[in-house]
Every structure is written in structure tokens, then in C-alpha cells.
Ligand binder design. Structure first.
Ligand code: MAN
Length: 219
């Protein structure tokens, strides 16, 4: 506006006043329409249109970053091993528990295992899920079918749980066998802070697959 104002100097006073008023009116109009910043004296002031554009950009960037994070989560999920035929995908986020001694033990599929004191005190992490494994077991098959039986069984390894005083970080080996419902059958502490859970689940009842639970003739 400076250049325009200086033109006034060359005008006769009457026209100058008229031009001056017109310029003021124009300035007010531009401010009202968000094109011009409200105050020239404040160097940080910016027009409403610029503020709106800046806010829109910020909102779009936030959206983009949220979507990118979501995409990253989905990609990681797709890369994860959900076991034979992805059967464990459906179980993710679900937990089963069982009372044993002074604790309730909790197994959360592909997530973590925990020891929860029945009386007082906080929960103890017994490991985070790290990977699938196959182990060979040789147990007598119980009449109620609630046992591992013998042969190769799918196992889940949970490691890096809460550190054990004078011992390792807690870990859990979860050994699975075919059963009608998800159920923890037995919990043992094999060595100090090294736990083993024997668990029944339909997730390993795949027929004819040696690595996924009891073979058909054992059912
Ligand atoms: C707690 C529990 C036990 C474990 C001891 C080790 O009492 O986690 O299972 O053996 O800590 O100090």
C-alpha cells in the first residue's frame, strides 16, 4: 500500500482526500474478506485466509500422519506369524485364565502371560509372545482328554517378562493340544521364574497335521 499512498502526494488536496477515503474503504474491505492482515503495526499479524490455509495444512498433515501410523500397524500385523493357516489371528486379543495356588494365571493369545496375586500386590508379567515352536511331549492321555498326550505339539514362547530377583527375566512355554474350548489345564514353575502352561484349544485341532495338536486318533 505504501507505493499507492505516495501517489497521493502528487494529487490536489480535494482529490487526495477522496482517494485517501477510497483507499481506507478498500483496506477495510480487504481485511473483512480475509485478504489483508488486520494490523500493519503488528508484524506477526496475518490475514484470516492465511491462518485458515495454515490450519487446513496442519489438519491435513495430522490426518496423514495418523493414517501412516495405522498403515504401519496393519503392515506389521500382516507380517506377523499367526501360525498354521493363520488360525491364531482370530484369537488375538482374547485371554484365558486359571487359579493355581496364590495366583490367577492369565494367558493372552499372542500377547502376554501374567501372574495375578489373589490377595494383594500387582500383576507380574511372565513374558511377551515371541514365536511359535514345535515340541515333542510324552504324557499319558487322560480319560477326560484334558492333557497333552504324546507326539509333536504346537507351543507358544513368551519371553522377557518381569525380571526375577536373583534369576532370569520371567518366561512361559505354552504347550497346546486340541480341545473343544480354550482352557488352561496346568501351570508349573519348572525352574525359578520359568513357567510352563498346558493349554487346550480348538486352534490346534487341524485334522491330519502332525504339528497342530493331537492327531485324529487321539481325540
Ligand atoms: C514371585 C512369583 C514366583 C517366583 C518368585 C521369584 O513370588 O513370581 O513365581 O518364583 O516371585 O522370586
Amino acid at each position: 500500500m505504501h507505493e499507492v499512498y505516495s501517489i497521493e502526494e502528487y494529487l490536489p488536496p480535494a482529490i487526495r482526500d477522496w482517494a485517501d477515503k477510497k483507499l481506507r474503504d478498500l483496506r477495510v474491505l480487504l481485511i473483512e474478506n480475509g485478504i489483508l492482515a488486520p494490523s500493519k503495526s503488528d508484524p506477526d499479524a496475518e490475514s484470516k485466509a492465511l491462518t485458515d490455509a495454515r490450519n487446513a495444512l496442519k489438519a491435513a498433515q495430522d490426518d496423514l500422519s495418523n493414517n501412516e501410523n495405522e498403515l504401519k500397524g496393519h503392515r506389521e500385523d500382516l507380517d506377523k506369524d499367526y501360525g498354521l493357516d493363520d488360525v491364531f489371528r482370530a484369537l488375538k486379543g482374547q485371554c484365558v485364565s486359571k487359579d493355581s495356588g496364590e495366583y490367577t494365571y492369565e494367558l493372552c493369545w499372542l500377547d502376554q502371560t501374567q501372574q495375578k496375586p489373589k490377595k494383594r500386590g500387582g500383576n507380574t508379567g511372565m513374558g511377551q509372545f515371541v514365536r511359535f515352536d514345535t515340541i515333542t511331549v510324552d504324557d499319558e492321555l487322560l480319560p477326560d482328554g484334558k492333557g497333552l498326550g504324546s507326539g509333536e505339539r504346537v507351543a507358544l514362547r513368551y519371553e522377557n517378562g518381569q525380571h526375577c530377583w536373583n534369576g532370569p527375566n520371567r518366561s512361559t512355554l505354552v504347550v497346546l493340544a486340541c480341545a473343544e474350548t480354550d482352557e488352561i489345564w496346568k501351570i508349573t514353575e519348572e525352574e525359578k521364574c520359568v513357567y510352563r502352561m498346558e493349554v487346550g484349544t480348538p486352534a490346534v485341532c487341524g485334522a491330519g497335521r502332525s504339528s497342530s495338536g493331537a492327531p485324529k486318533d487321539e481325540l
